[in-house]
Design a protein. Structure first.
Length: 153
């Protein structure tokens, strides 16, 4: 039997089908890194060519592995600690993840201060551009920079 014939051997197909994970196994693996929104999970399962997407999502919701309210809270907490951003930027990121949020209950002044502490900008202009790029409003930027430069003086 030639190498080409061996590669097309039906036994090899059976082996690869045995190694294929169930939809729930795929989902649990995807969730093992961080929590996900329902849209992220749907997109992932489509990419994996899973046929029972709705059933898998329903089961994950039943087991409380997918909960968009929890996801929003965890996402905002994570962003606040690691890469502080303004409300605008957080809402845009959440929309990309399939979650429509009208308003978030966060202290933007505190987040802007955290962002500046991490960045340590050299000038007022650099600080304001940095905060604006992170999605903070001009009102928040102005208040934060007044406090920031008055504290340093």
């Amino acid at each position: 039997m030639s190498k080409k014939e061996k590669s097309l051997c039906p036994n090899k197909w059976v082996k690869s089908m045995k190694n294929k994970k169930s939809p729930l196994e795929n989902a649990f693996h995807f969730l093992s890194f961080r929590s996900r929104s329902e849209k992220e999970m749907r997109d992932f399962l489509k990419k994996k060519e899973v046929l029972q997407i709705d059933e898998t999502i329903d089961k994950l919701k039943e087991l409380d592995f997918i909960n968009d309210r929890k996801f929003i809270q965890e996402f905002v907490d994570s962003r606040s600690k690691n890469k502080p951003k303004g409300k605008k930027a957080l809402i845009i990121e959440l929309k990309r993840k399939g979650i429509d949020v009208e308003d978030l209950d966060i202290n933007e002044d505190e987040l802007a201060k955290k962002a500046l502490e991490k960045k340590k900008p050299r000038s007022f202009g650099q600080a304001s551009r940095f905060l604006y790029s992170r999605g903070f409003s001009w009102n928040v930027i102005e208040r934060t920079l007044k406090n920031w430069y008055n504290d340093d003086a």
